[in-house]
Design a protein around this ligand. Structure first.
Ligand code: 5AD
Ligand code: FES
Length: 345
C-alpha cells in the first residue's frame, strides 16, 4: 500500500488496477500516510494559504432532472427563486468587502437567463470588481454560449462530470442527458480558454470501486485546473431518498489521491463534506484540499438551494461563513487569503 502511495507521489499516476488495490485495501494508518504526503504537496505548491470563493446560488430553477439532485425539475415541492442582477451585485458588494476575489455564479440549468442576460451579469460584475475572477457553474451549454461568456469576462467554469462511466451515468441521469455531451462540454470549455473544474460525488448510488478508479483515470486524462468532489447525500424528494450517503473516509482518501495525481489543482473542501461531518472541511484540507467556498447567497434563499438534505450554512449563522471558515482554517494552521487564487500551471 505504502509503495503505491509513494509511486503516485513520485509519478503522479497509477494504473486502474493499482487504484483499485488502494481503494479496496486502504486502512486508517495508510490513509494517514496518504494525507501526510498530500499535505506535503499542497504545502510545496501553496504554502499554508487557503483560497476562498464566494458562492452565489442565483437560481434554483432547473430544466434537468438528475435523479440525485434536490432541485431537479421533478421536485414539485421545491420553493423556486431567481436572483436579479441587482441581487447578484449586492452579494458581490458584500463579498468584496469580506475579502472575496472570486465569485462563483452557480445555478440550475435555467433558460430564463438568456446568454445575453448572463453576458450582462458577467459584464456588470467585471466592471464593478475588475480585480475579481468570475467562475460560472450553470451546466451544459453550446460552444457558442460558452464563448460569449468567456468573451464577456468569465474566467473559470465548474462542470462536474459526475461519473466517468457511461452505464453509471445512465443510472444517475435521465435518458436525455449523456456522458458524451458532458465531456464534450468540458473539452469545449478548455479549448475556449476557461480554467475548468470537474469532479464527482463519492458514494453516489451504484458507484463501484472500479468506477472510482475510472474517475481517477479520467481526471488524469482531462487534467482539469480544479477538482470538486464531495460525498453523495440523499435528498428526501428524489428517487434516491433512501440511499446511503457517501462516506467521509472514502471522500478524504480520494481528495488525497487527487492531490498526488494533480499536484497543482485547486481542490475545494466542499459544503457536502462539511455537511456529513462537522469538521469535514477541516479534514478535507488536512487530506490535501486547498480551497473553501463559503456561501454568499442572500440568507433568505439559502435553504431553497437544497441539492441534498441538511445542508450547512443555511440558518442564521450563515452571514458569518467567511469569519467562521477563517477561524476554522486558523485552528488547523492554515490561512484564508484575499486573492483570486488562479491556477498556476
Ligand atoms: N449529494 C451531494 N452532492 C450533490 N450534488 C447534486 N446533488 C447532490 C447530492 N444529493 C452535486 C453534484 C453537482 C454539484 C453542484 O452538486 O455533483 O455537480
Ligand atoms: Fe458557514 Fe461556518 S462556514 S457557518
Amino acid at each position: 500500500m505504502k509503495h503505491l502511495i509513494d509511486k503516485l507521489y513520485e509519478t503522479h499516476q497509477l494504473s486502474r488496477d493499482e487504484y483499485i488495490h488502494i481503494l479496496n485495501g486502504i486502512d486508517a494508518a495508510a490513509s494517514e500516510y496518504l494525507f501526510e504526503r498530500a499535505r506535503k504537496v499542497t504545502r510545496n505548491n501553496f504554502g499554508n494559504a487557503i483560497y476562498t470563493r464566494g458562492l452565489i446560488e442565483f437560481t434554483n430553477y432547473c430544466k434537468n432532472n438528475c435523479y440525485y439532485c434536490g432541485i431537479g425539475s421533478g421536485n414539485t415541492r421545491a420553493d423556486r427563486y431567481r436572483l436579479t442582477l441587482e441581487d447578484i451585485l449586492s452579494c458581490c458588494s458584500t463579498g468584496h468587502e469580506l475579502g472575496f476575489r472570486t465569485f462563483v455564479l452557480q445555478g440550475g440549468e435555467d433558460n430564463h437567463y438568456s446568454d445575453e442576460d448572463m453576458v450582462n451579469i458577467i459584464t456588470a460584475i467585471k466592471q464593478n470588481y475588475p480585480d475579481c475572477a468570475i467562475t460560472l457553474s450553470i451546466g451544459e451549454k453550446s460552444y457558442d454560449s460558452y464563448r460569449k461568456y468567456y468573451e464577456a469576462g468569465a474566467d473559470r467554469y465548474l462542470l462536474r462530470h459526475e461519473t466517468a462511466n457511461e452505464e453509471h451515468y445512465k443510472k444517475l441521469h435521465p435518458q436525455n442527458l449523456s456522458l458524451a455531451n458532458r465531456k464534450q462540454c468540458l473539452y469545449n470549455l478548455k479549448e475556449i480558454g476557461f480554467q475548468v473544474g470537474t469532479g464527482f460525488m463519492v458514494g453516489s448510488p451504484y458507484q463501484t470501486t472500479e468506477n472510482l478508479a475510472e474517475e481517477l483515470l479520467f481526471l488524469k486524462e482531462f487534467n482539469p485546473q480544479m477538482v470538486g468532489i464531495g460525498p453523495f447525500i440523499p435528498h428526501s424528494e428524489t428517487r434516491y431518498a433512501k440511499e446511503a450517503a457517501g462516506s467521509l473516509e472514502l471522500t478524504l482518501v480520494l481528495i488525497g489521491l487527487i492531490r498526488l495525481l494533480l499536484p497543482k489543482a485547486l481542490i475545494p473542501a466542499t459544503t457536502a463534506l462539511g455537511t456529513i461531518n462537522s469538521l469535514g472541511r477541516e479534514k478535507g484540507i488536512m487530506a490535501g484540499a486547498n480551497v473553501v467556498m463559503p456561501n454568499l447567497s442572500p440568507v433568505a434563499v439559502r435553504k431553497k438551494y437544497s441539492l441534498y438534505d441538511n445542508k450547512i450554512c443555511t440558518g442564521e449563522e450563515a452571514a458569518e461563513c467567511r469569519f467562521c471558515l477563517s477561524n476554522r482554517m486558523k485552528n488547523i494552521g492554515y490561512e484564508l487569503v484575499v486573492d483570486r487564487g488562479d491556477y498556476i500551471g
